[in-house]
Design a protein. Structure first.
Length: 156
């Protein structure tokens, strides 16, 4: 498995947008497939935020993870965010998600990010195992979510 910048694999943008639309569309009802295509097209730069990483096994797309400036509209004062962590169902439980998150964390650190945030409705323990800590719990669009933080100095 390799982790690469989306900039090197732009042909996967339609698949990434479709994954995001199906997985999180209920949380972002104003986003359409077309707006997601545009968002992922903006993430084809590397070593800057926003950017997206893809996990590949030869020519098979396994998953994705992004670094974005804002992800939770109700908490725009927090920035930047780990977002769009997704692994294709047939590739789950094989370390793909962990590797994507670790690469994104390393990238954030190399960019000088002190604290990185994410929100999750259901993957608290997964992120906790990777060094993330609960920042707060809240409700977003009627769903309970946990905002988590990772600090490169490990003081959060």
């Amino acid at each position: 498995m390799t982790i690469a910048h989306l900039a090197e694999h732009t042909t996967w943008i339609p698949t990434l947008a479709l994954w995001a639309y199906h997985e999180w569309g209920h949380l972002f009802p104003d986003e359409t497939y077309a707006t997601l295509l545009a968002k992922f097209a903006e993430r084809t730069t590397d070593h800057t935020i926003p950017e997206t990483f893809v996990a590949l096994e030869h020519t098979v797309l396994l998953g994705m993870a992004s670094l974005v400036k804002h992800d939770l509209p109700t908490r725009t004062e927090l920035s930047p965010w780990l977002a769009d962590v997704y692994v294709a169902p047939e590739w789950r439980q094989r370390g793909v998600g962990s590797k994507l998150v670790q690469v994104a964390m390393q990238e954030a650190e190399s960019l000088g990010v002190a604290t990185l945030y994410l929100f999750t409705p259901d993957k608290l323990e997964f992120y906790r195992r990777l060094g993330w800590r609960v920042f707060e719990t809240t409700r977003y669009r009627g769903e309970a979510v946990t905002i988590m933080a990772w600090n490169r100095l490990r003081t959060v």
